[in-house]
Design a binder for this molecule. Structure first.
Ligand code: GLA
Length: 385
């Protein structure tokens, strides 16, 4: 496996004869954070910001994957795929490995990747990368994989080569989303329901803290095991309980003295958050956006104080928004420790709110805030050439 120097890339791009073009979107999550790996509920959807992939077969055993965004080339032999010491390469190699583990044959190919998703912003550029690649290879080499296989391939790549024990939300949203809808996903049964994202005069606005504290990966895996430890404690008396999804507040109260206070807090948050998602779905269906907004604030509060995956920058932005009547709700989004807040805001209020938040954030942290609106959009798809 080798990484070439940048001088040879322009020829690679100039000679490229695109056979297939794929876009794979980032995602938002209205509510239901850190519930997916606890088999709970989430409410995500793909957005109108993508990674774009171009593919061509090259008739050899060599694969050349060029990241135009980072001007980096990954080259490897398709018959000798193994983990790399570079994180971005592991998303690619992990996907190939997972496809091969399913007995599917891929030949040599070339790929150009251009990302329009800010990295580390909690909109899951990683799932977009995994799913877009898996989708493209499935099409190019007629692998016969179903959409849900692509979701699992992306998630497994992350568990193995990347090393994050993520849930299924991001990959599911990236592949399965439909324009104008959010997905209510039951992460236990994998049943899902498309719900019209009918926000009326309101819209989704993301405020990017532009921080990504490097705690994120290890803290994520710690949360996964803290939740598992509570399940284990509950299962001693309730063997039917295999995840926090089946746990009740009574069951949790019964083991309170046998688990650490921190583990208790984590599980309490998860139970409450699942509840909030169910209420949020009703509110959204009934057009009660104020209620939806209040649930979003409740979610942030739990993530900040009980689940402890927020950070000062996110807390500041969520609190700041409370002074604006036109913001119905705000919360940190995604894994946490940086990234974006998701805000449900009246269209007329966006400009003034962004200007004020940018100024206040700069004063407080000396960091430039960036913002973008996110429109519920179609999942990973082929683009006609
Ligand atoms: C990351 C993970 C998801 C999910 C969120 C938190 O985005 O990849 O599986 O757990 O964090 O809700």
């Amino acid at each position: 496996m080798s990484t070439q120097t940048s001088s040879s890339y322009s020829q690679f791009v100039a000679d490229f004869k695109t056979e297939l073009k794929v876009t794979s979107p980032g995602r938002i999550n209205l509510i239901g954070e850190h519930t997916d790996y606890n088999n709970g509920f989430v409410l995500p959807t793909a957005i109108d910001k993508h990674i774009v992939f171009q593919f061509q077969k090259n008739g050899t055993d060599i694969c050349n994957v060029y990241s135009a965004t980072f001007d980096k080339m990954l080259q490897f032999n398709i018959n000798q795929v193994s983990e790399s010491d570079k994180e971005w390469e592991n998303y690619i190699l992990g996907v190939i490995n997972q496809i091969q583990l399913r007995g599917k044959i891929i030949g040599g190919f070339d790929c150009i990747i251009e990302s329009y998703l800010p990295m580390g912003s909690g909109i899951s550029s990683s799932a977009a990368l995994e799913c877009g690649l898996a989708y493209g290879l499935n099409e190019m080499f007629n692998l016969g994989l179903e959409k849900f296989d692509l979701v699992k391939i992306g998630q497994k790549a992350e568990h193995t080569y990347v090393g994050t024990q993520c849930g299924i939300m991001d990959q599911f949203a990236s592949v399965m989303s439909e324009s104008g809808h959010v997905i209510l996903l039951d992460c236990e049964s994998i049943d899902h329901q498309l719900i019209p994202a009918d926000f009326g005069d309101y819209q989704v606005l993301l405020l990017n803290t532009n921080v990504s504290h490097n705690l994120a990966d290890s803290a994520y895996n710690t949360r996964v095991s803290e939740c598992a430890s509570v399940v284990e404690a509950i299962a001693k008396n309730n063997p039917e309980v295999t995840s926090l999804r089946q746990a009740t507040t009574e069951m949790l109260a019964a083991v309170k003295g046998t688990i650490t206070p921190v583990a208790y807090q984590r599980a309490k948050y998860v139970l409450e958050e699942n509840n909030r998602v169910e209420k949020a779905v009703v509110a959204l269906k009934e057009g009660k956006l104020k209620e939806l907004g209040a649930l979003m604030y409740g979610s942030h509060d739990g993530l900040q104080n009980d689940y402890e995956v927020s950070c000062a920058e996110l807390d500041f932005l969520a609190a700041f928004s409370k002074d604006y009547d036109q913001v119905l709700g705000a919360r940190m989004m995604g894994g946490g420790f940086g990234g974006c807040t998701i805000n449900l805001i009246h269209k007329d209020g966006v400009e003034a709110f962004v200007a004020d938040a940018t100024k206040a954030y700069k004063e407080k942290f000396n960091i430039d805030l960036t913002s973008f609106t996110a429109v519920p959009s179609q999942g990973t798809a082929t683009v006609s050439l």
